[in-house]
Design a protein around this ligand. Structure first.
Ligand code: UGA
Length: 434
């Protein structure tokens, strides 16, 4: 089976590499020539644990190649996946330009037996519109929609051992070809759900919006905990033990970020309106999450007795979450910039040494390890839950800082542990311990 994947972002590259690992012949296409050249050399353009090894292995095995020509790469494809970005437009709607660009490019050379599968996250109705777009150009092929549920930082495992595979199809042929593509997962008893195009498209948005809502819910509970004396970690534990609720996505923090939740919640609220439906809960989630970053800045200022002017703040972690170098919509951006505006001096250590972050922040000192970062700090501020921050030698850190104040916006420490090491501890949804 020849598989062509158009787009080599997180979803496209991980999917292409993993399909090759299943044993299929895969060509990944991107119109960015420089990116394709570096992929051909085995260089992975994103930070994703394990991806470089798996990619090289499959290139050496001759199952994985890269090309900048859509035309050449789709001619002999049995199945084409479109996995290009669908970023937010100014008004919050999904920008489908890259999807249609890819479809227009393949229209001239695709063979009539190919099944075209959209993997990009697209509003309900898009896959049918793509079919119509092709028909208007005299191209009659089967289309399908197959959402991707991988998380950055755990993408390979999510692809290889998914909770489910959702396949929106409207023909027997698409069902047959997609069954073959995902047959390797039957061995793990992965539920494979065939449904119509609209349902598959909406499942993706509903899943992301629900998870975003869950995170926002626990963040609002955290606000309440701070004033009523409850501990949000324990509340989340108590809730999560109920199997109907589940324990995932109940970690309180600085609000969700990244390239998916913010854009997909906005797009869902937007296209639901086109169907005449108001997504009130989703809109409330977006608004609550938007306010969260300013709330975190207030929290930091208040822990510093209202004043950070001239203070040295050592920030541990700036990426939107751990195990990625991705800075898209990271809460750290607004938080650090607000602290700088208030006159703080910022030092940063982030284990990904994110180049994106270096382009975003001005007047920041970049440190090589967490301990050097905390030398002479007035405040140690944890913004990302990287594993290597979970067991820092707090006694050593205490010796290095000017002022022992630890602000942990990811709740990765226990209150008792931090207090025992001589720090004041300000976290989320728990009482501030001076
Ligand atoms: C998310 C979904 O989890 C994936 O299933 C989906 O495939 C992907 O979007 C996508 O649409 O492509 P991702 O954006 O990589 O994955 O990151 P998540 O792990 O979901 O985290 C999103 C944000 O929520 C992060 O800012 C994270 O720090 C925050 N979060 C997550 C919390 O604050 N608390 C939690 O308990 C969980």
């Amino acid at each position: 089976m020849n598989i062509t994947v158009i787009g080599t972002g997180y979803v496209g590259l991980v999917s292409g590499v993993c399909f090759a690992e299943f044993g299929f012949d895969v060509t990944c296409v991107d119109n960015n020539l420089a990116k394709v050249e570096s992929l051909k050399k085995g260089e992975v353009p994103i930070y994703e644990p394990g991806l470089d090894k798996l990619m090289k292995k499959n290139m050496v095995a001759g199952r994985l190649g890269f090309s900048s020509s859509t035309k050449d790469s789709v001619k002999d494809a049995d199945i084409i996946f479109i996995a290009v970005g669908t970023p937010s437009k100014e008004d919050g709607s999904a920008n489908l330009d890259y999807v249609y660009l890819a479809v227009a490019e393949l229209a001239g050379s695709v063979n009539p037996n190919t099944v075209l599968v959209i993997k990009s996250t697209v509003p309900v109705g898009t896959t049918k519109s793509v079919k119509k777009f092709l028909q208007d150009r005299g191209v009659e092929i089967d289309v399908a929609f197959n959402p991707e549920f991988l998380k950055e930082g755990a993408a390979i495992d999510d692809f290889m051992h998914p909770d489910r595979v959702i396949l929106g199809v409207e023909s027997k042929k698409a069902k047959k070809v997609l069954s073959q593509v995902y047959r390797p997962l039957y061995v793990f008893n992965v539920p494979i759900v065939f449904t119509n195009l609209e349902t598959a498209e909406l499942s993706k948005y509903s899943s992301n919006a629900f998870l975003a809502m869950k995170v926002t819910f626990i963040n609002e509970i955290a606000n309440l905990c701070e004033v009523c004396g409850a501990d949000v970690n324990d509340v989340a534990l108590a809730m999560g033990l109920d199997k109907r609720i589940g324990d995932k996505f109940l970690l309180a923090g600085p609000g969700y970020g990244g390239s998916c939740f913010p854009k997909d919640t906005s797009a869902l609220a937007d296209f639901a309106k086109d169907f005449g439906v108001n997504m009130n809960l989703v809109e409330e989630t977006i608004s609550s999450n938007d306010k969260r970053r300013a709330k975190m800045v207030k929290k930091i200022l208040s822990a510093c007795d209202g004043e950070v002017k001239g203070k040295d703040i050592s920030v541990l972690g700036v990426t939107f979450k751990a195990n990625t170098d991705d800075m898209r919509d990271s809460p750290s951006i607004e938080i650090i910039q607000a602290l700088q505006e208030a006159g703080a001096n910022i030092k940063v250590y982030d284990p990904s040494f994110s180049q994106q972050a270096k382009r975003i922040f001005n007047n920041v000192s970049w440190e090589k390890n967490p301990y050097e970062c905390c030398n002479d700090a007035d405040v140690v501020l944890i913004l990302t839950d990287w594993s290597e921050f979970r067991a820092l030698n707090l006694k050593e850190l205490r010796k290095r800082v000017k002022n022992p104040l630890l602000i942990d916006l990811r709740n990765i420490y226990s209150v008792d542990e931090v207090r025992a090491s001589g720090f004041s501890y300000c976290s989320v949804g728990r009482v501030f311990c001076k």
